[in-house]
Ligand binder design. Structure first.
Ligand SMILES: C[S@@+](CC[C@H](N)C(=O)[O-])C[C@H]1O[C@@H](n2cnc3c(N)ncnc32)[C@H](O)[C@@H]1O
Length: 425
C-alpha cells in the first residue's frame, strides 16, 4: 500500500561545493534563558551523555552557556548542525517537542509507503524495528526520478544526496540515523550501504548506463548542455579530484550519535564500471556500516553457512565459510529500470544475521524493493519507504510476485545444505 505525497523538484540545481563562511556568534545566546535536556544535547555536540556530565557537572538540564562551553571542548565535532547553529538547533527542538507518534497505517506483512525520510519515520513506534537495511542516494552522483526537497534540521532545503558539500550530506545522513535510532529495537541492527564520492567536476546522470555511455565517448553533449552539473572548486579543504571520505565521516558521526559502529564492511563488487582516470586505481568497492544500540545485538553468525547464495550465503568461488568484513557480492542486474540497486543477496545477508522470522525490517530508501524481496523470502515483515511513486510501483510488482511458496526460504530444511529459492526476477 502507499500513502503520502511528494513535492517534486525539477530540474535539480548544479552542485557547487562552496564552503559557507560562518562562525559562532556567542553574543546572540548569552542572555538565552531556556534550558536543554542533556539527552538532546549529547548527540548534537557529538559526545556521550556521561562525557557531557563530566564536563558540565551532573545535571539533567543545561543552560545556553553550558552548551557554549561544550562547543569549546577539544572533543566537540558537529553532527546534526554546524557549530555556529548548534544552539539554534537545540532552541528549535525545545520549541517543537510535541511531535505526535502515530502507529503504522497497515498490518500487512510487506508494506510500501510513499513518503520522505526522515519525516515519515515519526510514524513508527519506538523500538518497533529489529533491523534497518538501506542504501541512500550517494552524494552528488545521481538524478533520481521524482526528486523531492527535504527541509533539514540544519535549515537547508535540498533533495537528499544533492547537498552543496559532502559535510551537509553527512549531517543529513546523521539526521536520518538519529530518527532511526528511536524506532530501532534495543538489540537491533542498522546496515547502511554507502559509497564514497570524489570531489570532481562532473555531470550528474540518471543511471549507470548513461554514465557508461559517457565514458565510452558516446555522449556528445557539451558541459553547458547538461541538465545538472557538479563543480569541484570552493570547498574549505577538498581539492579537485580528491576522495571525500564520506563513509568514514558517517561512521564517526554515527558513533557520536551514540551508536556502536560494530563493523565497517567492504563490499567488494565482482564487477564494476570502467573508469577513465589514469592518476588513481579504479574503484571496485562500496561500504556497509553495521550500527547498533548495544554492544551485543542479536546476531546469528552461523546462519551464513546455511543460506543459499542468492539470499546472502557464501558466494561460491569468491568467499569462504568464514564470514568476514569483506563481502564479495555481485552488483545488481539493474534490469528493472531503477538504475542504482544493490543485489538481493546483500540485504538478505544483513537480515538473516540480525533478525528472526516474523521480525520487522525497514528500508527507508527502498527504491526497487530489493530489501523487501529479501525480507519476504526470509519470512520477515517489511516496511519500505521511497519518495518516488515510479520506483515504488517497481517494488510493489516485485513484492506481489514474492507471494508464491517457492520464493520463500525453508529454514527447517536448510541444515548443512543450502537450498535454492526462486526469486521474482
Ligand atoms: C540508492 S537508491 C535505493 C536502491 C535500493 N536499495 C534498491 O535496491 O533498489 C535510493 C532511493 O532513495 C529514494 N529517496 C531519495 N530521497 C529520499 C527521501 N528523502 N526519502 C525517501 N526516499 C528517498 C530515491 O527515490 C531512490 O529510490
Amino acid at each position: 500500500m502507499t500513502e503520502g505525497s511528494s513535492i517534486k523538484l525539477s530540474p535539480l540545481p548544479d552542485i557547487k561545493p562552496q564552503s559557507v563562511i560562518a562562525s559562532l556568534d556567542r553574543d546572540r545566546f548569552q542572555t538565552h534563558e531556556g534550558t536543554f535536556n542533556v539527552r538532546d544535547v549529547a548527540p548534537v555536540v557529538g559526545m556521550s551523555e556521561s562525557f557531557v556530565r563530566k564536563v558540565i557537572g551532573h545535571r539533567g538540564l543545561l543552560s545556553a552557556r553550558d552548551v557554549l562551553s561544550l562547543l569549546d571542548q577539544d572533543s566537540f565535532a558537529p553532527t546534526l548542525a554546524p557549530r555556529s547553529m548548534v544552539l539554534d538547533y537545540l532552541i528549535n527542538l525545545a520549541n517543537n517537542q510535541t511531535a505526535v507518534v502515530r502507529s503504522l497505517p497497515s498490518s500487512e506483512s510487506l508494506t510500501l509507503l510513499q513518503g520522505e525520510s526522515p519525516g515519515v519515520l515519526e510514524q513508527f513506534e519506538e523500538s518497533s524495528v529489529r533491523c534497518v537495511v538501506t542504501s541512500t542516494p550517494y552524494w552528488g552522483m545521481r538524478i533520481y526520478k521524482d526528486s523531492h526537497i527535504v527541509e533539514w534540521a540544519d535549515g537547508e532545503r535540498n533533495a537528499f544526496g544533492h547537498e552543496q558539500t559532502p559535510e551537509s550530506f553527512v549531517r543529513h545522513t546523521a539526521e536520518v540515523l538519529l530518527a532511526l535510532k528511536r524506532l530501532l529495537a534495543e538489540d537491533g541492527s542498522i546496515w547502511w550501504n554507502v559509497m564514497d564520492s570524489f570531489n570532481t567536476r562532473t555531470q550528474i546522470r540518471g543511471n549507470a548506463s548513461e554514465a557508461l555511455r559517457a565514458m565510452q565517448g558516446k555522449d556528445g553533449r557539451k558541459w553547458s548542455e547538461h541538465e545538472c552539473r557538479r563543480y569541484s572548486a570552493g570547498h574549505a579543504y577538498l581539492k579537485d579530484g580528491e576522495q571525500c571520505l564520506i563513509p568514514s565521516l558517517i561512521a564517526e558521526c554515527a558513533s557520536r550519535l551514540g551508536f556502536y559502529v560494530k563493523s565497517v564492511i567492504t563490499w567488494a563488487k565482482t564487477s564494476s564500471l570502467p573508469e577513465p582516470q589514469e592518476s588513481r586505481v579504479s574503484r571496485n568497492i562500496e561500504y556497509v556500516l553495521h550500527l547498533t544500540k548495544t554492544r551485543t545485538p542479536y546476531f546469528n553468525k552461523s546462519i551464513y553457512r546455511s543460506l543459499p547464495a542468492q539470499l546472502g550465503g557464501r558466494n561460491n568461488g569468491n568467499e569462504t565459510d568464514k564470514l568476514s568484513d569483506c563481502w564479495s557480492l555481485p552488483t545488481s542486474s539493474g534490469r528493472d529500470g531503477h538504475g542504482a540497486q544493490f543485489p538481493v543477496a546483500l540485504p538478505a545477508r544483513c537480515i538473516a544475521l540480525s533478525t528472526e522470522p516474523g521480525d520487522l525490517v525497514l528500508d527507508p530508501f527502498v527504491g526497487s524493493g530489493n530489501t523487501g524481496v529479501a525480507a519476504g523470502a526470509l519470512d520477515r515483515r517489511f516496511v519500505g519507504i521511497d519518495v518516488s511513486e515510479e520506483y515504488l510501483s517497481i517494488a510493489r510488482e516485485r513484492l506481489a510476485r514474492l507471494s508464491t511458496e517457492q520464493s520463500r526460504f525453508n529454514f527447517q530444511n536448510a541444515e548443512e545444505s543450502p537450498t535454492t529459492v526462486a526469486l521474482p526476477f
